[in-house]
Design a protein around this ligand. Structure first.
Ligand code: SAH
Ligand code: SF4
Ligand code: F3S
Length: 438
């Protein structure tokens, strides 16, 4: 087989990151080697995100740039997948005559065939939703013995229809993967030496709620925790409304479950939460945070926040700032509201212009940066158990993550990769910690 080069860009959430890993794995079977540069690529894939207008615009700009590469390499195949591809469907082929293939979020298993066809000049678009649980296993997870930590998809899609959000339209309805398939995949990962699994889903903690034949999410966690060789379990992203007492209790009883929870609030104002259709109040959210902190003292909480939702007043915004102070997020992914076509909120009049939303976002980021640094600084002097994942950015350093999910760099040899070691934290930065091996 002739060696061919794949260049891939990934936008958006961890589900897309995971999909891209699996795409690379799948295409390696038909002779594609992934390359960090597009220059010598035979195949270029963009795995796209449409969650905000900005994310989508980036894809269109990038496609314009890539057009010229086709002039110098007539055989170059360009493909677009992910959420923008899902949303645009066949239009994409019309709009961008230099794009050869378009694959939706339910059609990844067809990609190897589509690429092979494109190599002989056949342009194709596959963006139909597939309403079957079997679909989730047609596109297998990666089995890579060089990895310390692996993503494992446990559910996909979303039925929540938050009024601002495009995800239910581009990922389809919520579907839980069969637990025997999940457990088989993780058992194999454990056998090849993977130490940590990160369970993925758009609403991961809603696992099993609409699949009565499957175990509950808590039961699934217990079965995964029973697998020898897996020493750490993480899951993301959780929805506050499905953060049950039983699940919170796992942080008390399950030592393999890491002390980190990503629990997006989106706003601190009840009026806005209601209009967002989030299904909880500020008080309910804070109650879940309190229970989590009591189940696992020191648990690190991260979240997502939207500023400038239609009708958000200065008072509403201050409620968001006060929620941030109360929760004390270790990190917050915060965004200026972006109207998405087809969503309910897109019909609401926007009171704030782009600059005003940006100004609120800046105020929020200022508060969050201070809290993040305070929390990071509070780790100084402590001893953290770090799972070493790879080499650090600085020479002689290795890098891994503490139980809290914080990145820790320290001087150490590559033989430590894959091991759990105790590290004393010496210096705290905004985005990482530096320590020394004990
Ligand atoms: N399922 C996850 C998040 C999915 S989208 C959840 O429910 O929390 C990732 C994040 O993008 C969201 O948490 C939200 O903060 C942000 N987001 C989604 N739609 C947005 C929009 N229209 N404008 C701005 N931010 C948005
Ligand atoms: Fe979007 Fe809401 Fe579903 Fe999250 S829960 S993916 S924010 S609709
Ligand atoms: Fe973006 Fe799709 Fe994820 S819209 S955030 S890549 S589910």
């Amino acid at each position: 087989m002739n060696m061919k080069y794949l260049y891939m860009e990934t936008y958006g959430c961890q589900m897309n990151v995971s999909d891209s890993e699996r795409i690379a794995n799948m295409l390696s079977a038909i002779g594609y080697k992934q390359d960090p540069s597009p220059k010598q690529a035979d195949l270029i894939l963009l795995n796209t995100c449409s969650v905000r207008g900005g994310a989508e615009d980036k894809v269109y700009k990038r496609l314009e740039n890539l057009r010229v590469l086709k002039k110098t390499n007539k055989n170059l195949v360009i493909g677009v997948g992910g959420c923008v591809a899902q949303h645009e469907g066949d239009h994409m082929l019309e709009k961008f005559p230099w794009v050869d293939l378009v694959f939706g979020t339910h059609n990844l298993h067809l990609l190897a065939d589509m690429v092979a066809a494109a190599e002989s000049g056949q342009r194709r678009s596959e963006t139909d939703f597939i309403d079957s649980v079997q679909r989730l296993d047609l596109f297998p997870g990666i089995q890579d013995s060089s990895r310390v930590s692996c993503f494992v998809t446990v559910m996909q899609g979303c039925d929540n229809y938050c009024s601002y959000c495009i995800v239910p339209y581009v990922r389809g309805p919520e579907i839980s993967r069969r637990s025997n398939e999940i457990l088989a995949e993780i058992n194999k990962l454990a056998d090849i030496g993977v130490k940590e699994v990160v369970l993925l889903g758009q609403n991961v903690n809603s696992y099993g709620l609409n699949a009565p034949e499957q175990p509950s999410f808590v039961e699934l966690l217990a079965r995964i925790a029973g697998i020898d060789g897996i020493s750490r379990i993480r899951f993301t992203t959780s929805h506050p409304k499905d953060m049950s007492d039983d699940l919170i209790d796992c942080f008390r009883t399950m030592p393999k479950l890491c002390g980190h929870i990503q629990l997006p609030a989106q706003s601190g104002s009840n009026a806005i939460l209601e209009r967002m259709n989030r299904g909880y109040t500020r008080e309910m959210y804070l109650n879940r945070i309190k229970a989590l902190k009591s189940a696992r003292p020191g648990i690190v909480v991260t979240g997502d926040m939207i500023v400038g939702f239609p009708g958000e007043t200065e008072e509403d915004f201050e409620q968001t700032l006060s929620l941030i102070e109360e929760v004390r997020y270790a990190d917050l992914y915060s965004f200026a509201y972006s109207p998405r076509p087809g969503t309910k909120a897109a019909e609401l009049p926007e009171a704030l212009n782009r600059e005003q939303k940006q100004e609120r976002l800046e105020r929020l980021l200022q508060v969050q940066r201070r809290i993040t640094l305070e929390i990071n600084t509070s780790f100084a002097g402590s001893v953290q158990t770090v799972l070493v994942e790879g080499m650090g950015k600085r020479q002689g350093q290795v890098s891994g993550r503490a139980d809290s999910g914080k990145t820790v760099n320290f001087i150490g040899n590559p033989g430590l990769i894959g091991r759990l070691v105790d590290v004393r934290i010496v210096t705290a930065y905004q985005n990482s910690l530096v320590g020394e091996l004990i």
